[in-house]
Each structure stands twice: as structure tokens, then as C-alpha cells.
Write a protein that binds this ligand. Sequence first.
Ligand code: A3P
Length: 288
Amino acid sequence: MSPGELYLQNNGLLLPKETHSFESLKFAQEFTFKDNDVLAVTFPKSGTIWMQEILPLVLNGGDLTPIETIPNWDRVPWLEEKRLALVVDQLPSPRALVTHFPYHVMPPSFHNSKAKAIYVMRNPKDVVVSSYYFSQMAGFLPDPGTFEEFVNDFLEGKVMFGKWTDHVKSWANTELGDRIMFLTYEDMVKDLPAALRRISDFLGRNLSEEVIEKIAEHCSFKSMKANKMSNFSLVPKVFMDSDRSPFLRKGVVGDWKNHFSPELLARFLSVIGKELETESFSLPWSLD
Ligand code: A3P
């Protein structure tokens, strides 16, 4: 199917019709945030489902029931997706949600609440690689073509949720103060217990080292890949075909080295660098 048939457009963003509708976007805009809600914010392929595993465990002190019994999309639903309306009343308190929305698309009640946000950022070179394989396995996304063609689409924002640079800029420049915490996928890969301690402190949880270690073990790539509530094996193959590429694919930092030619990399870095050059924030890693 063509991109026009697979995506709907909203606020200049392309959103998969399979999981989004104008009703779900209206529901998101009218959603009432509570002060104790926790929201993980990501550009797609930056660690969303990882946060869907982590947040319930940090919030409930390490009780594995939610990750063993509830699929991730219902456990920590996407603010913008159709499922939210169906499960919102069953979410435990405090509620955890995820979103791919850029900041300027967030609903008014988010701004008026004290809900906290955790922005997870991943190096865009690895985001585009992960996204390329995801587009091959997801039946609700257009065929990505060659890697180079897909990189061009990514740089032009012709992928779901638009340009990576716009997303990062929008969340880096908020006035949320101590309501927002920034975390990188790379830090989580390097030292998950340390990342969990930061998340726990940010959310005012006082987790023991034993609980932190338990959560880290159950949120490892290996554990999540084996967890049918988290690896998307419950989804029919026509929507997600893990024979083409598993959702939990490699879970590493630096797979971009296996995909970019020197020319393509130079162009990628030049476009991204230019789009960020006037920004006052600095990225947590060097782009090249
Ligand atoms: P790769 O395709 O590079 O393997 P999202 O959830 O935002 O769609 O991001 C998916 C990416 O996060 C995939 O990257 C996936 O493997 C990775 N990921 C998910 N859980 C992970 C974990 N526990 N450890 C490391 N990477 C993880």
C-alpha cells in the first residue's frame, strides 16, 4: 500500500492509520492528565517499549505482575493511539503512559498538570537503522526501499512522527523545569541499574538496591525478548512479521556502522548538524 493509504496526517505529522485515528487524536487532545501521571516521551525506535517495561516496575516497587500479564501496549499505552480509550479506566495509579508526540502537540491538560515526563533520546544514526528494519517488519508501514532511500525519507521527515530533529528540539526547549528528565538509550545500555536509580529518584521512589537489580534483570534485552507480553509475538504476522525482523532486533549501540557508506553518513551528519546548529542545547553524544 502507498504511504497515502497507510498514514493519516495530523499537525504535519504522518501517523500509521492502523494504530491512530482522528478519534484517537481527539481523545488525546481531550485527555486529562493527573498530577501523578508519568509520561515517557520518545521519537520512535529510541526505547519506547523499554520504558513500558521499566515504568510499571519502578512505580510499583518491582512487582512483576504487570509485565507478566499485560501486553505492553495496554500496560503503558500510547497517548495518541486507539487503545488508550479502551484501557484508560483500568490503569493503576500512578498511571504510566508513553507518547511520540512532539511537545507542541501535547494536550492542554499536560501543561496545566504536574505530570512528569522522561524524554529518552537515542543517537539518530541508530534510530534510522532500527526504524529501517521496523518498517520492513511492520505491515502497517510503507516499504522502506533501500537503506539510502529510507535515510532520505528520514531526513525529510517523511516517516512516522516527522523529523527527528524537530522532535528533539521541541522537547529540549520546554519550560517544564524539574518536571522533565532526559535519559539516553546509550546510558541505559551501558548501565541499566544506574539509569533505573535516576528514574527512581526522579519519580520520588526509594527503591532498594535489591529491587533495582531485580528490575534491571527483568528489563534486560534478553528477558524482554523472551517475554510474550513485550516482544509483540501476540500480534498477528500481517501486522508485525518477526521473520522479517524481530521487534527486539539487536538492542545495541552503534549498529549504524554496519549500514552507512561514508558518503551517506557525511550527508546525514551535515543535514542533522545544520538543523541543530542554532540550538542552545547540546546533544548528549557527539553526532559523528
Ligand atoms: P534495535 O532495532 O536497534 O534492536 P522502540 O521501542 O522505541 O520502538 O525502540 C525499539 C528499539 O529499542 C529496538 O532497537 C529494540 O531492540 C530496542 N530495545 C527494546 N528493549 C531493549 C532492551 N531491553 N535493551 C536494549 N534495547 C532494547
